[in-house]
Design a binder for this molecule. Structure first.
Ligand SMILES: Nc1ncnc2c1ncn2[C@@H]1O[C@H](COP(=O)(O)OP(=O)(O)OP(=O)(O)O)[C@@H](O)[C@H]1O
Length: 254
């Protein structure tokens, strides 16, 4: 469903963040992207949904080349690609239900002003409450986003993705700022999205224990290059040292 071919990203300051990355993501996969800090993981995700413009190379999504599409087409593509971030990206001064409803914005641009003035159609509001129930925080619907814990914020971000109903979810270190127990709970929601709703997931992760528990496929980046592609069980001690360096020790999250 996603083919990345020879993707290069050089930032304006000359940093070569991606140096020609190629890989395929099959439909229904849970692909983890691993690698040291600075290896290019966030840049890769941001190039896929064009938050950052790739310098060269191509990205094909559901059979369509999306690297050079116009603004109109790009907006349409983005309705099918959800994003979950390390720092949640909620609107802090708005309540939870409004944040969840933001997941519908891209699909219904005509209603944008309605959303801003809180005139969401009742059916959408009902859907948003259902999404909050799925992630277990419907009691927080009317609380401002800045009154939530990190784990609760990430569940709101996942509920926002649920109402968007994307075909592909890009998750950029979704549990990096959460405690281990909350991390597992958030990862389980992502797994449900992947398995029960058949949403393909591409997820940057730091902990290999999470990679082994949740992903079907793995790629590893090192200094902007793809150095490993395989299954989680293929990551041997030798590969671990290749990816993270000879002195690296695995840190488990339980
Ligand atoms: N906006 C930017 N302008 C210039 N350089 C950038 C920019 N964003 C990232 N970089 C650089 O690109 C390289 C890759 O960064 P990136 O954030 O993609 O890595 P990462 O693997 O996601 O790291 P982390 O795990 O710490 O989030 C790094 O050298 C980084 O300093």
């Amino acid at each position: 469903m996603l083919q990345v071919n020879n993707l290069v990203k050089t930032y304006p300051n000359g940093t070569k963040a991606l140096k020609g990355i190629s890989f395929n993501v099959p439909k229904g996969a849970f692909l983890s992207v691993i690698g040291l800090s600075g290896s290019g993981k966030s840049t890769l995700l941001r190039c896929i949904n064009r938050i950052h413009e790739p310098t060269s190379g191509s990205i094909s999504f559901e059979g369509q080349e999306i690297t050079h599409v116009n603004e109109h087409k790009l907006r349409e593509v983005r309705t099918k690609i959800g994003m979950v971030f390390q720092h949640f990206n909620l609107i802090n001064r708005r309540n939870v239900i409004n944040n969840v409803l933001m997941g519908r914005l891209g699909q219904f641009n005509d209603h944008f002003l309605g959303g801003i003035f809180k005139k969401w159609p009742q059916e959408w509001i009902d859907d948003a409450y259902d999404a909050l129930k799925i992630v277990g925080i419907s009691d927080k619907a009317l609380v401002r986003a800045d009154g939530l814990s990190g784990g609760q914020k990430q569940r709101v971000a996942i509920a926002r993705t649920l109402v968007q109903n994307p075909h592909l979810l890009l998750a950029d270190e979704p549990v990096a700022s959460l405690d281990p127990t909350t991390s597992y709970s958030v990862m389980n929601y992502l797994k449900d999205l992947n398995q029960k709703r058949n949403i393909t997931v591409v997820c940057n992760l730091h902990f290999l224990s999470l990679v082994r528990d949740y992903s079907t496929h793995v790629i590893a980046l090192k200094n902007g290059e793809l150095v490993f592609e395989g299954k989680p069980t293929d990551i041997t001690e030798k590969w671990f040292k290749d990816i993270y360096g000879a002195d690296a020790r695995e840190v488990e999250i339980h």
